[in-house]
Ligand binder design. Sequence first.
Ligand code: GLN
Length: 487
Amino acid sequence: MELFKHTASQLHEKIIEKEISAVELTKAVLGRVDSVDKDVQAYITRTSETALAQAQAVDSKIQRGEKVSVLAGIPGALKDNICTKGIKTTCASKILATFVPPYDATVAEKLAAEDAVIVGKANMDEFAMGGSTENSGFFPTHNPWNLETVPGGSSGGSAAAVAAGEAIWALGSDTGGSIRQPAAYCGVVGLKPTYGRVSRYGLVAYASSLDQIGPITRDVTDSAHVMNIISGYDAKDSTSINTGVPDYTKSLVNNIKGLKIGLPKEYFVAGMDTEVERAINKAIEQLVALGAEYKEISMPHTEYALSAYYMIAPAEASSNLARYDGVSFGHRVEGNDIIDMYKKTRSEAFGAEVKRRIMLGTYALSSGYYDAYYLKALKVRTLVKQDFDKAFEQVDVLITPTAPTTAFKLGEKTNDPLAMYLQDVCTIPVNLSGVPAISIPCGFAAGMPIGMQIIGKPLGEETIIRAAYTFEQNNDYHKGFATLGEV
Ligand code: GLN
């Protein structure tokens, strides 16, 4: 099997056994990028030279007999809204097309400290607004399982890179589903941590009360390894949680005896694929056969979560994006006066979806409408959170589909924002309440991967990792590799 098809933990063994070198592995992944990225288009910026230098440094450490971490020398990708010192960070927006951050995000620093190799910066929906990566200001990314379909979004570049062998692991960010939904569409594993578990310092803000960085990997084991590295308190992020980080690999246990699982009936929305529904029901039967106790539960405010999100997220975004005004950094179009300059800069460089959200958000926050829209949405958010609190009095984890359908065709929903927003019905409530959730492959419909979401209690990452690992160990869905049209 080609090197780029292995998982990080498998490759780590090969590196420390000196079966392969980090440079050899990095060259294999860079070669894969060279041969398939013209079709997949996962990367905005490639960092091949620094990647090879990072790999070389790992090989030197190993030759000197030094102990290296599990991600040392393993090539991965960062979503292009994660700041990297000296490397362009565009958020897939024309407004930041030439922006080179003067500092590293905390997660990038942590990965560098573990000698991880960075292959490049992955494509995304502009400022993480979208669910298909078609809102990228540069080009869309294609799903490696079927190049005519979307990879999901907004971390579509990260998920597609991992699925296509163009990265062994990746980081994404998730505000309403942007790690889990592309992971589901691309047949890989995506984990959104508890809000505050991973530092957001250096993550370009979309909706700050919802954004969270997390891993996209080929299996649950790698997810646990990446979580060990990126989690933890950071004084530079005032919302980061100040409690110790467990060793998540200790939760890689194939045993869910007595685990209480709940299925919220409201998540089976109209418009859900029957194949998706069947796969989730089958997965639940299997979890029960493996020793879990099952209970159907009700989360009555689920149907309002999407509307609340599309008030709260644009409201926060409209405020966060005010800084892109052509003055301190980023793209600038000269005008007759400063207001004219603002208008021309923002009209020219923001894409249609970003403008739509700035307008929605500004409207929701404007005086006279604030109480009716924004404040109301915050109240709904509290009710949604209470649904989770009550559910977790009865069960340990909740199981739902990650998305109502499998990946759709490029262009299919671009003129229908509402249809696009509906892809996030199962993932958005999780962000509103701040709890962790993982998406793992659980089947296929017409050759396209289906994702199952396992939601945990606040800081319940260990439990969702154990449940996901147990499911994975008893199935082969994660072993399939996207063919990219090859036979
Ligand atoms: N698709 C959702 C949106 O468009 C979620 C995006 C995200 O999680 N960044 O807002």
